[in-house]
Design a protein around this ligand. Structure first.
Ligand code: ADP
Ligand code: MG
Length: 312
């Protein structure tokens, strides 16, 4: 008792002597596998598979719907890259970026799953062909993508996979960027990230310098945004998709397309055709995003201002 009183006294006089840890690290974003009830598949890309679950700890159907992304096994994916994707999403907080909710690991297994908010309307690739969007709504979505991208770039991340398939739809007036699987950090003072691995890449969304020298920069994300803008204005019609159009533009026999052919096309200044109902000012913006020299392309900040002016 005496010792205890002494300690209390000492602590009162020296408040920083004993730094008592307030609480163990928050556990609120660890989801328990046993409470996750599978509802249906949502989609998959090259790296991951996304499934809709209900997280229902009370086991009475009152739980919340969440989207769960798991790394595909078959592609000999690198776990470090996957953990990086989770870390990056966790560090982002913006209304035009899909919201991280937590992780889930199966007991006794290494596998980690990423839990994020569920966006009921799927990606722009599913949403656009099914809904008759006017140009104004297309431009609103385009501006929101720019807003999410401006935030990402402020944090010095390059996305490297901006495309309609990776933009998710919350409702008729809100989209969010999802899928940070290829996102990389660009250290202060440097201007690009050079990839060494040569896996599956979304080449038809790539800028010239990405195809030629594997250099990814903020400006190469702007090029990919131009292609995404093209997809939005063609309402993701598969007959006009970037791969389909580029195939048509090369004179190679059906189904053949080499990186060399794509690159030489772009280097001779050929570009995707402007979509049918694309306003003049938007054609101009698209053209700016596809400038050969990275430094000639606008930044996302400038793009936001342009869209604000066009939509006014
Ligand atoms: P990958 O890294 O394999 O490309 P994505 O993260 O792009 O995986 O997800 C694949 C698909 O799953 C998306 O194109 C979209 O259709 C669907 N999807 C992904 N996340 C969500 C979500 N949070 N809500 C609803 N659908 C989603
Ligand atoms: Mg994807």
């Amino acid at each position: 008792l005496i010792i205890l009183r002494d300690i209390t006294e000492i602590m009162k006089n020296n408040p920083d002597i004993l730094q008592i840890d307030p609480l163990p690290p928050s556990d609120s974003n660890m989801f328990q596998k046993r409470y996750l009830k599978k509802m249906r598949d949502l989609g998959e890309g090259h790296f991951g598979k996304v499934t809709l679950y209900m997280y229902d700890p009370c086991n009475d159907g009152t739980g919340e719907l969440v989207a769960v992304k798991a790394l595909k096994q078959e592609n000999n994916n690198v776990p470090e890259v996957w953990m990086k994707e989770i870390e990056i999403l966790k560090s982002l907080d913006h209304c035009n970026i899909v919201q991280y909710k937590g992780c889930c690991t199966e007991l006794g297994r290494q596998e980690v799953q990423l839990i994020m908010e569920y966006l009921p309307l799927g990606s722009l690739r599913e949403y656009l062909p099914k809904n008759k969007l006017g140009v104004a709504q297309c431009l609103m979505f385009a501006q929101q993508i720019c807003q999410g991208m401006e935030y990402l770039h402020l944090k010095r991340y390059v996305h490297r996979d901006l495309a309609a398939r990776n933009v998710l739809v919350e409702n008729d007036c809100l989209v969010k960027i999802g899928d940070f699987g290829l996102t990389k950090y660009i250290p202060e003072g440097e201007i690009y990230y050079r990839v060494h691995e040569n896996g599956d890449s979304p080449v038809f969304w790539y800028a010239i310098e990405c195809l030629k020298e594997q250099k990814f920069s903020f400006a190469s994300d702007v090029w990919s945004f131009g292609v995404t803008l093209y997809e939005i204005l063609t309402r993701c019609d598969y007959r006009q998709s970037p791969p389909t159009k580029f195939f048509e533009m090369t004179q190679l026999p059906d189904g053949q397309m080499s990186l060399v052919a794509l690159l030489s096309l772009l280097e001779s200044n050929r570009r995707l055709p402007y979509p049918r109902d694309c306003p003049r000012e938007v054609e101009f913006v698209m053209g700016q995003c596809w400038k050969s020299k990275p430094a000639d392309r606008p930044t996302f900040k400038e793009l936001i201002e342009k869209f604000e002016a066009i939509r006014r």
